[in-house]
Design a protein around this ligand. Structure first.
Ligand SMILES: [Fe+2]
Ligand SMILES: [Fe+2]
Length: 247
């Protein structure tokens, strides 16, 4: 067994030991909406996080069916349980702040590009566990730091701990699998990742532009920086030459 597979097995053990339940959340805490942000906009933000969890579950079902290593499949089973719990707590939070809002059309476009992938399943590990989990993690930390709702903070802290394990799995799995992947296959995956990133970038650029919504906004410079960070991770795994791989 490779070192990476052994480490994936211990991540799965850790996931099982640290699994929490929606009932563990202190739901009686007050809801605090950010100052100056219309409730509908706040509900929209949380709704998009909920929709993203469902997209993750779709991709995970495929990864669990198609990845062959038992250690990876055992970990993915824990991740599926985690993402189901995340969707459940976001939904429960949404019931307390307002109704679920529909998926943002720009985000839907990037999620559709992700769903359209019919190539090898390791590419889904890159898109979900490396690109989106690193990115989602960053956004969650940012919101924990900037949004005032103590209940939302608790939920996001619990979720961020899970997502950081998922991101860890992504790196380990790819270190294990990528050395055997032919260069042509890697190039196809990189081209697809660029499309995904460009759509994610466009979707975020147009959101939360009204006065007062700055706290929710990802500005162009920050998106650029995030793209370079994810690009550097990809390059360190052997996907692309340098941190401009997604540019
Ligand atoms: Fe999640
Ligand atoms: Fe995750």
């Amino acid at each position: 067994m490779s070192t990476q597979l052994a480490r994936i097995s211990s991540l799965a053990t850790k996931a099982t030991a640290r699994a929490w339940s929606a009932r563990d959340v202190a739901w009686s805490q007050p809801i605090v909406l950010p100052d100056g942000i219309r409730p509908v906009v706040y509900v929209d933000l949380v709704s998009q996080l909920y929709h993203a969890e469902l997209v993750a579950l779709d991709a995970l079902a495929r990864m669990h069916a198609e990845l062959t290593e038992p250690e990876a499949r055992a970990f993915l089973a824990t991740q599926i349980a985690d993402e189901e719990r995340h969707a459940q707590v976001y939904r429960a939070y949404l019931e307390r702040v307002g109704d679920l809002r529909p998926i943002d059309p720009g985000l839907a476009t990037s999620f559709d590009a992700a769903r359209a992938w019919t190539g090898p399943a390791w590419a889904l590990v890159v898109a979900l566990n490396v690109m989106m989990e690193h990115e989602a993690l960053h956004q969650q930390h940012k919101r924990i730091a900037t949004l005032p709702c103590p209940l939302f903070k608790e939920i996001n802290q619990r979720i961020a701990a899970d997502e950081s394990r998922h991101a860890g799995f992504g790196v380990l799995y790819l270190e294990h699998a990528l050395p055997r992947v032919p260069a042509g296959e890697k190039a196809d995956v990189i081209a697809w990742l660029r499309t995904l990133w460009a759509r994610w970038h466009d979707a975020n650029r147009g959101r939360y532009q009204a006065a007062g919504e700055e706290v929710l906004r990802l500005d162009a410079e920050e998106l650029e920086r995030r793209g370079r960070r994810v690009g550097a991770t990809l390059a360190s795994l052997g996907l692309g030459e340098d941190d401009r791989v997604l540019a």
